[in-house]
Design a protein around this ligand. Sequence first.
Ligand SMILES: Cc1cc2nc3c(=O)[nH]c(=O)nc-3n(C[C@H](O)[C@H](O)[C@H](O)COP(=O)(O)OP(=O)(O)OC[C@H]3O[C@@H](n4cnc5c(N)ncnc54)[C@H](O)[C@@H]3O)c2cc1C
Length: 250
Amino acid sequence: MRLDSTVDALDETGADVDVTFRDGEHARYDLVIGADGVHSRVRHLTFPEIGEEEYVGQVCWRAVAPRPPEVTEYLMYHGAGSKVGLVAISAEQVYLYMLQNVPEPPERRGGDRRDELRAALAEYGGSVPQVAATLEPGAEVRRLTSLLVPAPWHRGRAVLIGDAAHATTPHISYGLGIAVEDGLVLTEELVAHGSTAAALNAFSDRRFERARMVVENSVQLSKWEQDPHADMAAYGALIGRTLGALTAPI
Ligand SMILES: Cc1cc2nc3c(=O)[nH]c(=O)nc-3n(C[C@H](O)[C@H](O)[C@H](O)COP(=O)(O)OP(=O)(O)OC[C@H]3O[C@@H](n4cnc5c(N)ncnc54)[C@H](O)[C@@H]3O)c2cc1C
């Protein structure tokens, strides 16, 4: 385990991969797994032709607050150009998210964004005003983006998993789900095959279609949320079909 470090270069030797770390040290490995998220350094090194993730026209505000007693599971509210979810995450706390249509990608800024979030929540009723008034520090806003690397997700002895290979908007709430599944399936295939190349091909074969479905259907849902003339019956049906398909064995 190396903390506070990253990978500078990957060199295939034929039998293994020579990895150069940021501090200049080298080490050799049988396999490099790029599980380093949407801005994956391993992807940039291994698939340099793949560009950055694409902004989809929405942002997600996120915050935590004390739980009002009536919020016992999941409440959703629809506003003009945004929607809000309240999710009870413990007896004491509620998670609030707001998906908001913002055509141009907003500039990235850190810091506590509670005041802006409260202003954006002003149109909402129900339990939202109470939650808005008691937001805990640390409210943030994230751009929603997507990216799908074509299969196979390996070159030589370097393979991508999770958001590094397939970053999705949260419309199906399953980006982390497919990331964790990747780890399980990759392990199974490495155990099942004598050859790394065969295992990595089998891994992408099992994973690509499921990840494509989550990424592309999530982007479609995002588009419909930004289209005032969208057929919301089709929107609901796509969520149902996608969640149904996700119950299939991996
Ligand atoms: C607003 C929002 C809401 C979401 N809601 C849901 C949801 O409800 N349900 C769901 O299933 N998914 C959700 N997701 C998606 C989910 O967060 C991701 O799909 C998931 O975190 C991907 O996991 P990962 O391990 O592939 O990448 P990450 O979680 O991004 O982890 C990558 C790790 O690699 C590290 N790293 C990055 N670069 C380097 C480097 N160069 N060197 C070393 N380490 C590095 C990072 O520090 C990080 O720890 C949401 C995403 C967003 C943006």
